[in-house]
Design a protein around this ligand. Sequence first.
Ligand code: ADP
Length: 714
Amino acid sequence: MKLKRQLLGVFYASAVAAVLAGTVVVYQILTPAVLDFEDAAAHRELARVEGAFLQTFSTLYARTRDWAEMKRVETLVAGSSDVVPMVPGESADNLRIDKVVIFSESGEVDWLRGQPEQQDGDVSQLYQVFSERACYPVWGVTTIAGQYYVFAMHPVADCGAALFAIALDERLSMELSGITGLDFTLRPAEAGSDRETRITRMDGETLVASFPVMDYLQRPALRGEVSMSREVFKRGPPLISALAGVIMMIALITATLLYVFVQRRVFRRLGALHQAVRGIAQGGDLSQRVGVDGGDELAELATDFNAMIDHINDAQQSLAQASERAESANRAKSLFLANMSHEIRTPMTAILGYTELLELSVVNEEERSRYLSIIQQNGDALMALISDVLDLSRIEAGQIRVERQVCHLPRLMKDVLNSHMLRAKQKNIALTLQYSSSVPKEIVTDAFRLRQILTNLVGNAIKFTDQGGVSVNVSWREGDSAGLHVQVYDSGIGIPVSALPLVFEPFSQVDESHTRRFGGSGLGLAIARQLSRSLGGDIGVTSALGQGSTFTLTIQAGVESGSALVLPKDALAVEQKSLKLPAIKATGRVLVVDDNQVNRLLVMRILDRAGFEVSEAENGKEALDCCVNENPFDLIVLDMQMPVMDGFEAASALRERSYRGPILALTANVMADDRRRCLQAGCDDFLGKPVRAKQLLNSCVRLMTQLPVTSGSA
Ligand code: ADP
């Protein structure tokens, strides 16, 4: 059953129950009250009747006294006259005297009126009581010849007496009924009848109230009874019923009004809320809102509901955005895989193709050198790509460690520019460097990472510019944004404003055609931004399609104590560090330890050609065996991952056996941790595979001549 109907039922049921309960209560309270009221009314009426009855007594007594005190009555009682004075009731006087008796001084009875058939002792007995009471007046009720009378006996002369009596019969009752307007009757008193006034309810219609009538000796003789109609009592129940009916009507109307109110203020609003909830449950529009009407609980519910919809809406939108992002990331990864495949296959095609050409065909010296150069360039490109991917995975795994070294800023800037100069020239665009403020000569930062970021920015600028040029502006700021600021401007193809936030996302390129046109994997800027953040700065970009781009790099670099600020012109005039190594003195004994024969042979060949005396070992154990003599080798080039005994164990063992010569770790594991482990095991330097001949020789010579290690060996 619906709540609405239940509530309606409850309203009506409680209204009826309340009215019924109220009626019972009212009935219980009113009934005794009505009975009390009835009693009081009966007592009042009875008092009136009693009063009228007593009035008859007193009138009778007064008449008797008046008559007895008449002179002629005295002579009559004394027997001196036979003239009977007029007795009341014989004239217009309405008091009817039924019996008139006179008594002589000696108690002889003379009936003047109403003598009964038989003389009995009733009146003689009265005279006896009269004389016993010293001939004082006597009155009351008595029986004369079996009939009740009300009498008064008054002395005449000394102890004569006159007696008047009125019959207590139907007639008197009727007279009293006429006077009081009540139905009055006299009944003989029952034996042992009490002397109390009594009220008896005969039925729902009639009530009988009675009072005792005593004889002259104060014994109960009669009861005067008044019959009364129970008007008030009879009217009570209909009155209560009418009252209950009216209250019931009022209660029902109130219940109905209450229901209408609840329907409007509660159910209608609940209905709207329900509609909204159902709409949403059925996957409806989340933008709908429920009206908030007033400030009651339902209004609060509506407000909370709206807030909940807002949250769901927000959550759905976030979910949709997250899903969109995930999809787009997925698309980007698929695209990346396609790009990677392209990026790998392109140089690999060149490498394999030209290698095959060299192998199969007879080529002259010039062609051979050109093919080798192509193979080398493509190998480098492949290596750069692998480095990018590794860098990104390291960054995402949080494994990037920033090192702090002193770095010559003007020289580093010049190096970066110079390394791109050739490419700029090939594209026939300008590449310029300028300083807009004095800069510290030496800053403390991770020079390798800074160079990597700048290389990416300048490289991109040149890559995406076909006309005009690229200019790099360097400044040093103090205060809040203290540190190095480098802006790279280009007049290239530009980036649509909508794509600006994307360019720093991994694997994303503004236009898929960029891969085909310009190459690249979409990783450079993502790596550059992460690196700049790890250096305490960031990279920002402003650009518009077709209008060139400006990338701004900021990093928080320290200043080497004592390092002077150099003016822009002095910074520009700085000489590039000579990359020339001291003349390589390629003499000495070198042990090459590597389980991979091809790599081992390559390294041996490079060193051998450079003039070193080279020995080989396949694993760490063999290397240890080769070192039985004290310091037999001037350098050991050690692969780290080998069967039987790896490089770490071998390095430790060599150091334990007091081998003091330099050990150069050469490994394909190029993470920072690997580098640290190598150094901890006792190696002096670390080179990542694949290694270039020049790089290998530089490291070997440096270690053998104990030159300081420069950064960038990884
Ligand atoms: P990529 O290896 O593809 O160059 P990057 O992360 O370095 O990867 O750059 C991401 C994309 O940002 C590029 O593919 C290119 O679409 C856009 N981009 C980067 N630098 C520039 C620039 N200077 N001018 C125009 N577009 C650029």
